[in-house]
Design a protein around this ligand. Structure first.
Ligand SMILES: NC(=O)c1ccc[n+]([C@@H]2O[C@H](COP(=O)([O-])OP(=O)(O)OC[C@H]3O[C@@H](n4cnc5c(N)ncnc54)[C@H](OP(=O)(O)O)[C@@H]3O)[C@@H](O)[C@H]2O)c1
Length: 246
C-alpha cells in the first residue's frame, strides 16, 4: 500500500503550501494546483507534483487530464483527499464600488471552481472503494457578515451550502466524507492583502492590523498540522459539518 493522495488547490502559498509541506514530511503524495509553482528543494518535498492552473479561467479539460494522469496513485492509496483551499479575498470594498469583471472573477475562483473541482473529483473516484474525503476550506466570514467583504462572505457561504448538498447526495456511501474546515486567522499573504485596504473600504481594518501586531494570527504550519490530525480520524468526520481549528 502506497501513501495517501492529497489534491490541494492553492498549494503555492500560505495554508495550501503549509499543508503540502507537512504532508510531504509524512511521505504522502501531494498534487498541487495553483497559478504559480514553488521550488521544492527548500522544503525537502518528497512527492509533490505541481500543476499550473488558474481557477478564474475554464479548467474542466485540464482537471480531467490531471486526474486521469494520477489514476494509478488513486488506486494504490488507502485514502484520497481533495482540499479545496485556493481563494482570493479581493475585491474589498463597498458594494456600490464593485464591478462585473471583479464580481465574476471572485465567484469563479472562490465558488464555481470549488463546485467544478468537486464534480471532476467525484467523477474520477466514483468506482473507488477506499476512503475518499473532500475538504472545503471555509471561513468565519461565511456565517458572520463583514462590511467590505460582500463577495468573500457570499462565496464562502455558498461553499458551505454546496458542501451540505454534497453530504446529502453522498450519504449512502460510507467510504466518502465531505467536511468544511475553518482555519481561523492565519499569518499569510491573504491577511497581508487585507491590511493594505483602506478604512473606508474595510471599516474593521484596525482590528485586523492589531491581529498582526499582537501575534493573534496562527502560523499556517500549525493549522496544517491541526487539519491533518483531523483527517487522520476518518470515522469521526461528519459529512456536511464544519471543523474549526483547535
Ligand atoms: N489567512 C486567513 O486568515 C484565512 C482565514 C480564514 C479562511 N482562510 C481561507 O484559507 C484558504 C487559504 O488562504 P491563505 O491565507 O493561505 O491564502 P493565500 O496565502 O492568499 O494563498 C492563496 C492560494 O490560492 C492560490 N490561488 C489564488 N487565486 C488563484 C487562482 N485564480 N487560480 C489558482 N490558484 C489561486 C494562490 O496561488 P497562486 O497565486 O500561485 O495562484 C495561493 O496558493 C482560503 O480558502 C481562505 O479563504 C484564510
Amino acid at each position: 500500500m502506497k501513501s495517501n493522495v492529497y489534491i490541494i488547490t492553492g498549494s503555492s502559498n500560505g495554508f495550501g503550501l503549509a499543508l503540502a509541506k507537512e504532508l510531504s514530511k509524512k511521505n504522502q503524495t501531494v498534487i498541487g494546483l495553483s497559478r504559480s509553482i514553488v521550488g521544492t528543494r527548500p522544503y525537502q518535498f518528497k512527492s509533490f507534483v505541481q500543476y499550473k492552473i488558474d481557477f478564474s479561467k475554464p479548467i474542466e479539460k485540464k482537471l480531467n487530464h490531471i486526474l486521469t494522469k494520477h489514476k494509478k496513485d488513486f488506486t494504490e492509496a488507502k485514502q484520497v483527499v481533495l482540499i479545496n483551499n485556493a481563494a482570493q479575498i479581493e475585491p474589498i470594498d463597498q458594494i456600490q464600488k464593485l464591478n462585473e469583471k471583479d464580481i465574476l472573477k471572485h465567484f469563479q475562483v472562490n465558488l464555481s471552481s470549488v463546485v467544478l473541482m468537486t464534480a471532476v473529483f467525484l467523477k474520477h473516484i466514483q468506482s473507488y472503494k477506499k476512503e475518499k474525503i473532500v475538504v472545503q476550506i471555509t471561513s468565519g466570514a461565511a456565517i458572520s457578515a463583514v462590511e467590505g467583504w460582500a463577495l468573500y462572505c457570499a462565496g464562502k457561504a455558498g461553499v458551505n451550502m454546496f458542501n451540505q448538498v454534497l453530504a446529502q447526495q453522498m450519504k449512502s456511501d460510507s467510504s466518502f466524507k465531505c467536511i468544511g474546515y475553518s482555519p481561523g486567522g492565519m499569518d499569510t499573504a491573504m491577511q497581508k492583502k487585507i491590511r493594505t485596504s483602506s478604512q473606508k473600504q474595510f471599516p474593521e481594518l484596525k482590528t485586523f492590523k492589531d491581529y498582526k501586531t499582537t501575534n493573534k494570527l496562527r502560523s499556517p504550519d500549525y493549522v496544517a498540522r491541526d487539519l491533518i490530525r483531523a483527517l487522520s480520524q476518518f470515522d469521526t468526520l461528519v459529512s456536511g459539518e464544519i471543523i474549526r481549528v483547535s
